[in-house]
Design a protein around this ligand. Structure first.
Ligand code: IMP
Ligand code: MG
Length: 185
């Protein structure tokens, strides 16, 4: 994975190889499995579209208890920065009344999205909400919502790949790439 990639007007360079991503998903899945060992509840695994589609699939394969998969589509990013407003593009695909929900996010940056989502889920009468994210930018996160499961911390840089996009492109790459500020064209 030495190759740079070009998406729209920007160049990205490799940051996290697929093997490292998969290892971090193994680790986070093991933690979740340990917490839910012997549980008789069937938590909702909530995929936050579109970014966490690959992470949700990889995580779900590794869980050894029953889950009820649901989705919701939120957006807040335009280009390489957050607009500050969280928009619900598609509502919840199921009823979460009285259920425990594990949010599966691709990345937590400022935390605005996760904060808005947790609010929505409690308003829809979730019994309990937990957060699982593949990536966290710790320097940017300034909310008080506990992040129960974090697979990897990353620096405050714009990344793509493994589900994450730059204006719609880059989601299909197996590795994670970071904006290459030196090689722009
Ligand atoms: P937050 O609301 O600031 O925490 O941003 C979270 C959302 O913004 C994520 O669910 C992503 O969709 C998007 N996002 C944040 N950082 C990045 C990034 O580096 N690359 C691509 N999307 C990102
Ligand atoms: Mg997202």
């Amino acid at each position: 994975m030495n190759n740079r990639i070009k998406l729209h007007d920007k160049v990205f360079k490799p940051l996290i190889p697929m093997e490292r991503i998969e290892q971090s998903i193994d680790e986070v899945a093991a933690k979740i499995n340990a917490d839910y060992e012997g549980t008789d509840t069937v938590p909702v695994l909530l995929c936050v579209l579109n970014g966490s589609i690959l992470f949700t699939a990889e995580l779900m394969k590794r869980l050894d208890f029953d889950v009820d998969l649901m989705s919701i589509k939120l957006s807040s990013y335009q280009g390489t920065s957050s607009t500050g407003a969280v928009h619900m593009d598609m509502g919840l695909t199921g009823d979460i009344t009285g259920k425990e929900v594990i949010i599966v996010e691709d990345i937590v940056d400022t935390g605005r999205t996760i904060e808005a989502l947790v609010k929505i889920l409690y308003a829809r009468k979730a019994a309990k909400v937990k957060v699982c994210t593949l990536l966290l930018k710790p320097e940017m996160y300034n909310k008080s919502i506990p992040l129960d499961y974090v697979a990897m911390d990353i620096p405050n840089e714009f990344i793509v790949g493994f589900g994450l996009d730059y204006d719609g492109l880059g989601r299909n790459y197996k590795d994670i790439y970071v904006l290459d500020t030196e090689t722009q064209i």
